[in-house]
Design a protein around this ligand. Structure first.
Ligand SMILES: O=P(O)(O)OC[C@H]1O[C@H](OP(=O)(O)OP(=O)(O)O)[C@H](O)[C@@H]1O
Ligand SMILES: O=c1cc[nH]c(=O)[nH]1
Ligand SMILES: [Mg+2]
Length: 217
């Protein structure tokens, strides 16, 4: 996986791998159906999970292959928690759970007030031992960054210490806001787009991720 490390802070990783960019372009197209949008989101989630889990610690183990004794590496006891920002986050969550089926899952329900662009909380349920887990927070869109920062505020209040934020698309404004609010949180994204428009939509973007995933518009 190639990382582009040019004009953004070191804690932001943009996945410029050809497979990622191909699938992202298909995802952006307005002609892509709901079924296609879901399938592409799932496939991109697997590729993003590859990067988001890069720093998970390994421990050496002794194993027997059919031919000899050797040393291998398994994920250490450090446990994982995937946290979905409802509702669009569930599109990414589903794909990531294919790769890490034993992960615990937290949900934070937030919607963005269309007038103020401020997040409104309507639900939160997290594993009790969240403080002992590496948290991968997923939401397709990082627009103003307010929803992501609010979710991470809540996770830190609940005890989370090691967090990664994963999104399909980010606006420069959202990256700046989240990096300032939570400089310790690595951001993994498939693209940093040009700008936010007057309604807080990412341009060129992909439209409303929740509506496209769930066919609500
Ligand atoms: O960075 P921000 O400006 O806060 O915007 C991003 C948020 O907006 C979208 O959610 P939305 O409010 O549309 O809710 P939904 O997932 O229920 O569609 C998106 O999934 C993020 O959660
Ligand atoms: O472009 C955007 C911005 C916020 N939420 C979305 O779903 N799309
Ligand atoms: Mg939405």
């Amino acid at each position: 996986m190639t990382e582009r490390k040019t004009s953004h802070p070191s804690s932001v990783v943009v996945l410029d791998h050809p497979l990622v960019q191909h699938k992202l372009t298909r995802l952006r197209q307005k002609a892509t159906s709901t079924a296609g949008f879901r399938r592409l989101t799932r496939e991109l989630s697997l590729l993003m999970a590859y990067e988001a889990t890069r720093d998970l610690p390994l421990e050496a183990v002794e194993i027997e292959t059919p031919l000899e004794h050797t040393q291998g590496h398994l994920l250490s006891g450090k446990k994982l928690c995937l946290v979905s920002i409802l509702r669009a986050g569930n599109g990414i969550l589903d794909g990531m759970l294919d790769l890490v089926p034993a992960a615990r899952v937290g949900h934070i329900g937030l919607f963005r007030d269309p007038a103020t662009l401020e997040p409104v909380e309507y639900y939160m349920k997290l594993p009790e031992d969240i403080g002992e887990r590496v948290c991968i927070v997923v939401d397709p869109m990082l627009a103003t960054g307010h929803s992501a920062a609010a979710a991470i505020d809540r996770l830190k209040r609940a005890g989370a210490r090691q967090l990664v934020f994963v999104c399909l698309l980010a606006a420069p404004e959202g990256v700046a806001f989240l990096s300032k609010a939570h400089p310790d949180v690595k951001i993994v994204t498939c693209s940093i787009d040009r700008e936010l428009d007057d309604h807080g939509y990412i341009r060129p973007g992909l439209g409303d991720a929740g509506d496209r995933l769930f066919g609500t518009k």
